[in-house]
Design a protein around this ligand. Sequence first.
Ligand code: 3PG
Length: 307
Amino acid sequence: MKKILVATVKPFASEAIRQMKNMAKDKGYQLELLEKYNSVDELKDAVANADALIVRSDKIGKEIMEVAPHLKIIARAGAGYDNIDLQAATDKKIVVMNTPGQNSNAVAELVFGMLVYMARNKFNGTAGTELKGKKLGIHAYGNVGKNVARVAKGFKMDVYAHDPFVSSEIVERDGIKDIEERDDLYKTCQYVSLHIPANPHTIKSINYDLLKQMPENAVLINTARKEVIDEDGLLQLMEERPDFKYISDIAPDKKDIFEQKFGERVFFTPKKMGAQTAEANINAGVAAVKQIIDFFDKGITTFKVNK
Ligand code: 3PG
């Protein structure tokens, strides 16, 4: 019987695990759990006899693949796969897949939870502002960006998007204004929501020169990856611009400096919370199990992300 190991430092909701186990059992697979592990060695021990691996943001490098001789597939239950060494996987003939779209509504809802929290001054009793009528720029119009656009329209925000990989027809069909040049999105919008992946092209790309163009009372919200921010540039800008706020789903590396200097103007979740809902866990977890079974039983590789 093939073994699927679910290795998650940040565990799935129990209902997600129940459904994942049932699906695996029905199809003749065994699902094992390694949750909240504290060391790479624990992961190495558990993966040694696994045929498939399901992870979330867990880092999977060459050293893990090297001790897993039976491993044929890694399913990242989620969207971003910057935590997996794709080249090492390709070298070892391991297929890597993600489960795109499965947790995007959860991330989009968190965007608005945090935006309202900051617009209402962290619920401290003072008069805040409303989102209605404000300009929101969506940087990257993928699954999460589209959901953010949908919710923003409910708030009656004025919504713009920039994505060089998505045609203006697709953006405009959703009733969103397409902005061709990235800088123009930042020049136009008081609120900018980031949905770009972390890769060599995007890391530290959200920098001082870009952000300084944002209008008065700018709010940058990041539910993508902390690595895309040039933290020194953002610190400098926030020093110069007392009107600038930064919200992030996962603290920056320089969290203490941001909090000491700018207190009320920043908010960071202690752990990445965007996809941390029962629904998103069920969607992404069950999709990961299904994709693994389809891969072994039918050779389907639809969501493969490595070469
Ligand atoms: C993703 O890339 O799918 C999200 O960032 C969620 O990541 P998580 O599974 O670590 O919560």
